[in-house]
Write a protein that binds this ligand. Sequence first.
Ligand code: EPU
Length: 340
Amino acid sequence: MNTLLVNQSLLAYNTFGVEATARYFMEADSLAAVQTALRLPEVQGLPLLVLGGGSNLLFTRNFEGLVLKISLKGIELLDEDKQFYYVRAAAGENWHGFVQHCIAHGWAGVENLSLIPGTVGAAPIQNIGAYGVELKDVFEELQAIAIADGSLHTFSHSDCRFAYRESIFKHQAKGQYIIISVTFRLSKIPQINTSYGAISQTLAEMGIASPTIAEVSRAVIRIRQSKLPDPAELGNAGSFFKNPEIPKTQFEALQHQYPDMPAYPAATPDCVKVAAGWLIEQCGWKGKRMGNTGAHRKQALVLVNYGGASGMEIWQLAQQIQASVAEKFGICLQPEVNII
Ligand code: EPU
């Protein structure tokens, strides 16, 4: 911890389980350690990669700069009012561990986000979401260090410009800040959200009529485990592509040809969000293996490493999938995973 390592293997630091090397690597467990790392003479002028759980990236090459793993820990109740608890979690906390901590304390709002891999600090960057809830629904503010001068900044909800799998940290503020803590606004009176089809069905199968937040969490865990591969067993980074938003007119034409094509409301006006997993399955990729990689047999949107795949091999498969979806549907899939 807090020591600069040279030529460090990143195999254990990415859930795809691909081999890549970092020219420099440091794991920082405090604000001071992060600030020190940024000032190290060895790394001046070199690219920087800030790493959380390594669960949303694909290394296609070695990283010729500093990989800084954020390992700050701690969860504290800062304040409360009639309706809410305000809880601050350090960026290096494991996301699911944080969710379990909230459930154990009766802090409601993150239960639908159970079992998402990764860390608290990475969660706002792509506004993680699942089963009808997004991080932005429980977000209060975050603290981040400016990479340029090590100064500390607070970002409010509106500062972050959250959208579907998007925030300012993927756009205007990209590569400029390191998130060190996130403050959540969690409900005292749970707003149970089972609107996402599979949750109510799973709760019914579990024999639960009026669920607690712990039971919603158990249902979500059950659904995720039934179709998403565990990265500890089969390398993957969750959904590889985003669900694309397409113009309503294009959707209507496609729906004519494919009446069972799933669709959801989109944030963009006059657009519809369509299911990338469905598009990929229609192109024949579901369960298809290409060398050491392939599209998962239960969820085509998840690309997997069967063992020994290189990042480039996975990226080539992703590009073939993009090309076939573009050819069949005229839709351009965008990676959700960060390609390094
Ligand atoms: N579908 C298929 N074939 C497939 C996969 C999906 O036909 O191989 C269809 C399903 O039947 C369903 C629709 O596509 O009608 C949507 O599938 P699903 O409910 O599994 O969700 P998703 O849209 O594929 C999104 C998120 C997941 C999140 C789930 C649940 C994105 C890119 N992915 O997946 O997030 O867990 O909803 O809310 O938005 C992640 O971001 O890494 C992730 C796993």
